[in-house]
Design a binder for this molecule. Structure first.
Ligand code: XUL
Ligand code: CO
Length: 440
């Protein structure tokens, strides 16, 4: 194939050029060193490019095959192609000047005839990554194992009826967790691609949940054994590819973690399009995870309001992302998490430059959203309105009831004695919606 540097037909990294920039490929708002609420934009947003969509996806859909014909996708020597792909990947990271990337094992290195061969392939590419990361100063936000593409996983990985598939998944995750650790990964993600069912007619739900609980416990134990200090993250998704997935949404995942005693060990990686597939807004999932103490990281993308599936488009709505980031800021940030563009360009976007436009536009949208969210935080009116709405709970009786110092009978007696008659108050929704529009 041609040299990686030739693929994008430009060598200068894309720079911040301000809102009036005339060149199409420039950051108009994302100025990585600009300080917002005491932190640089780059540190707030912690952008990551995802390997699977941006380097690994050939452009197919259920009705048609490849449209992209990337040079690293065709040839006889799978490892040489993987190396060529890595060269273009790091060229993309350089042009975008992103601090992080994310990958699945099978995105970066080909599956071999045996697990040992697959793992050796992965190690060989990881070595190449280590050298490139050292030079490029790009870091690994998270690694993950693909436990859903190969036919062995068609009935799930950890939740498979066959214990040998469970064992194979354990072996695969062990290898990728160790590689992620070796590359200084900040998190390790588990997305249950087929951990669910197609029909209850052949499924024992209780057993499958126990299998998943055991699997996750084994992963957490191994993380501690090898001294991996990153966070283990589950990525909720309600369906697709299966009809029902056990990691349906943040609430379901939290209940699952509590049941298996893992709520202090595992957090969530929340994806915007998965939230909407579950019937929630992105900010709902973020706010709930923050309230439950399990907010980890974000897969920042969007669905299509008219399509009911996971279209994985790049984010492009400032108001939507602003509300999401508002809740992230209120929660004190994402810690070791970041904003991973689990997003793919459209099938007709066949020019290499389309990959650049997609990321640059999305990074600018996130930067504008960050400024809006920071203004909401600084202004304090939104939070003030919420605090005022619950102010009654700060009273002596409010605290006593919530603190468990009053029985039901005592509470009832007080209501009768004082002839309490609550006074309805406006929820002020329209006022609040208008207030938000002043920032975005
Ligand atoms: C699938 C999805 C995955 C995970 C990683 O919908 O989001 O790409 O992010 O396995
Ligand atoms: Co995702």
């Amino acid at each position: 194939m041609t040299k990686a540097a030739d693929f994008f037909a430009r060598s200068a990294p894309i720079r911040y050029a301000g809102p009036d920039a005339v060149e199409p490929l420039a950051f108009r708002c994302y100025d990585k060193d600009r300080v917002v609420l005491g932190k640089r934009m780059e540190e707030h947003l912690r952008f990551a490019v995802c390997y699977w969509h941006s380097l690994g996806w050939p452009g197919g859909d259920p009705f048609g095959g490849e449209t992209f014909f990337r040079p690293w996708m065709h040839g006889d020597d799978a490892m040489a192609l993987a190396r060529a792909k890595a060269d273009v990947a790091f060229e993309l990271f350089r042009l975008l000047d992103v601090p992080f990337f994310c990958f699945h094992d099978r995105d970066v290195a080909p599956e071999g005839d045996t697990l040992a061969q697959s793992t050796a392939n992965l190690h060989a590419i990881a070595e190449l990554f280590a050298a490139k990361m050292e030079q490029a100063k790009v870091r690994l936000l998270w690694g993950t194992a693909n436990l859903f593409s190969h036919p062995r996983y068609m009935a799930g990985a950890a939740t498979n009826p066959d214990p040998d598939v469970f064992a194979y998944a354990c072996a695969q995750v062990k290898a990728v967790l160790e590689v992620t650790h070796g590359l200084g990964g900040q998190n390790y993600v588990l997305w249950g691609g087929r951990e669910g069912y197609e029909t209850l007619l052949n499924t024992d739900i209780g057993r499958e949940l126990d299998q998943l609980g055991r699997f996750l416990t084994l992963v957490v134990e191994h993380k501690h054994r090898i001294g991996f200090s990153g966070t283990i993250l589950i990525e909720p998704k309600p369906r697709e590819p299966t009809k029902h997935q056990y990691d349906f949404d943040v609430a379901a995942v939290h209940g699952f973690l509590r049941r298996y005693g893992l709520e202090r060990e595992v957090k969530v990686n929340i994806e915007a399009n998965h939230a909407t597939l579950a019937g929630h807004s992105f900010e709902h999932e973020i706010a709930l995870a923050a309230a439950l103490g399990i907010l980890g990281s974000l897969d920042i993308n969007r669905g299509d309001p008219q399509s009911g599936w996971d279209t994985d488009q790049f984010p492009n709505s400032v108001p939507e992302v602003a509300l999401a980031l508002y809740h992230v800021l209120r929660a004190g940030g994402l810690g070791s998490g970041g904003l991973n563009f689990d997003a793919k360009i459209r099938r007709q976007s066949i020019d290499p430059e389309d990959l650049l436009h997609a990321h640059v536009g999305a990074m600018d949208v996130c930067a504008r959203a960050l400024l809006a969210a920071a203004a909401m935080v600084e202004d304090g009116r939104l939070a003030g309105e919420v605090a005022a709405r619950y102010a009654g709970w700060e009273s002596r009786e409010g605290r006593a009831m919530l603190g468990g110092e009053r029985s039901l009978a005592e509470i009832a007696a007080r209501v009768e004695r004082d002839a309490i008659e609550p006074r309805p108050r406006s929820g002020r929704q329209e006022y609040l919606e208008n207030l938000v529009n002043r920032y975005v």
